[in-house]
Design a protein around this ligand. Structure first.
Ligand SMILES: *Cc1c(COP(=O)(O)O)cnc(C)c1O
Length: 398
């Protein structure tokens, strides 16, 4: 049987069974639902996009996968070249992997080894944010900060190598003043913290982080697994403040299949480059650079460029602000919006019980968690469809 994610299997309600999907719609046997979650924020072009489906079929007719150990191929070369040219600054060195969590592990390993490679074994600590979410593998859990996901780590006792700070400049300055000699990196979900509750913060925090990282030689890692490809209204937050390492996942393949990439800047790559075999990056997921994933990722980026996605996303934000204006209710703590993300935080999570079924009956798939009701829609959504999604969210409070 299937063991479902984040679920108490004994009390879990039966999941909706999807029989087909097209555009923004998920089809069940008797219903058509607008997917307001974009399958965990990844399906930015909608389902069954002819160009993306064709990319996979064409590649599958050649080969679906070969390993990157001693082999290479055109789809991975083309995608790496595209990312090199498309990503800001000198973020040019692409290490592929099969999921966001693994790509985060790779980034953290790079940052640690960046110092080990020059004989510095003191820089063992990572600075990260409170309410951070970076995935469910062990080091990713450790730099994460959400008891609801990762409370099992309590069994290990105190986290010795991770320091968590809130997204406030004084806390940032204090952490650097105190720990800068021990830090190898500062990892953040830039501007928008997703699974930790759709928390939004100001760019000035990241600008100050960049300055402090430069001053103390600490690597800045942006985990843009959730924020990348337009979600915040920026193509990448890395376009505004340049990190040393960038992690992309989720929407990388347009949500067609699991793939991710850890992209390093020149300074990082250099530290691994040389004659000594022991300075190499010792990592190699079996399915890294999968040919189907790379083919569909390349087409997904082309669609993003050709389809003027940033103006679409700005339109989504405009409509969202218009529709959500004035939403008030004694149970609402805050309504937050940024780019193509909107979150209604309520005071008690229990207040959202039953909302998923309520939305389902009205033709919308939603998946609130804890105190958060949110929408992160596919960018191809029409105004009418978006108004419907937001209308169902508002209706719950009437
Ligand atoms: C989803 C997510 C991850 C983990 O990605 P997986 O592909 O689920 O392993 C890491 N970081 C952030 C910010 C995410 O939103």
């Amino acid at each position: 049987m299937i063991w479902y994610p984040y679920q108490q299997m004994k009390t879990m309600k039966t999941p909706y069974e999807i029989t087909d999907a097209q555009g923004v719609y998920l089809h069940t046997r008797d219903k058509k639902l607008i997917d307001s979650v974009s399958s965990w924020w990844s399906v930015i072009h909608g389902y069954k996009h002819p160009v993306l489906t064709e990319a996979i079929k064409t590649q599958a007719d050649r080969f679906s996968h070969v390993m990157l150990g001693g082999l290479t191929h055109e789809p991975v070369q083309k995608l790496a070249r595209k990312l090199e040219e498309w990503l800001p600054g000198d973020l040019d060195y692409c290490f592929f992997s099969d999921s966001g969590s693994v790509a985060v592990e790779v980034a953290l390993k790079m940052a640690l080894q960046y110092y080990v490679n020059q004989g510095d074994l003191e820089r063992t600590k990572v600075l990260s944010l409170t309410h951070a979410y970076h995935g469910d593998t062990f080091k990713a859990m450790e730099v994460g900060d959400d008891e609801d996901y990762h409370f099992i780590l309590e069994a290990y006792g105190e986290k010795k190598n991770v320091i968590h700070i809130p997204t406030q400049i004084p806390a940032l300055e204090e952490a650097f003043a105190r720990y800068h000699r021990e830090l190898n990196c500062f990892i953040v979900e830039p501007l928008l913290q997703g699974a930790g509750g759709m928390r939004m913060y100001d760019i000035s925090f990241l600008q100050r982080a960049r300055e402090l990282c430069d001053r103390y030689g600490v690597l800045l890692i942006f985990d843009e697994v959730a924020t990348g490809f337009g979600r915040t209204g920026n193509r990448f937050v890395a376009d505004l403040v340049l990190p040393d390492i960038l992690v992309l996942g989720k929407a990388l393949t347009g949500g067609y299949m699991g793939h991710a990439v850890t992209v390093a800047g020149h300074k990082v790559y250099e530290r691994f480059y040389g004659e000594e075999p022991q300075k190499a990056l010792m990592h190699g997921p079996t399915f890294m650079g999968n040919a189907l994933a790379c083919s569909v990722a390349l087409k997904s980026i082309e669609l993003f460029e050709e389809g003027e996605y940033l103006s679409r996303i700005h339109r989504i934000e405009e409509i969202t602000r218009r529709e959500m204006a004035g939403l008030e209710h004694p149970e609402i703590r805050q309504v937050r919006m940024m780019g193509a993300c909107v979150c209604v935080e309520v005071k008690e999570g229990a207040f959202l019980e039953g909302f998923q079924q309520f939305a389902y009956e009205r033709g919308v798939f939603s998946r609130p968690f804890l105190n958060y009701m949110y929408a992160m829609v596919p960018y191809i959504i029409t105004e009418e469809e978006l108004v419907k999604v937001l209308g169902v969210m508002k209706e719950w409070f009437l």
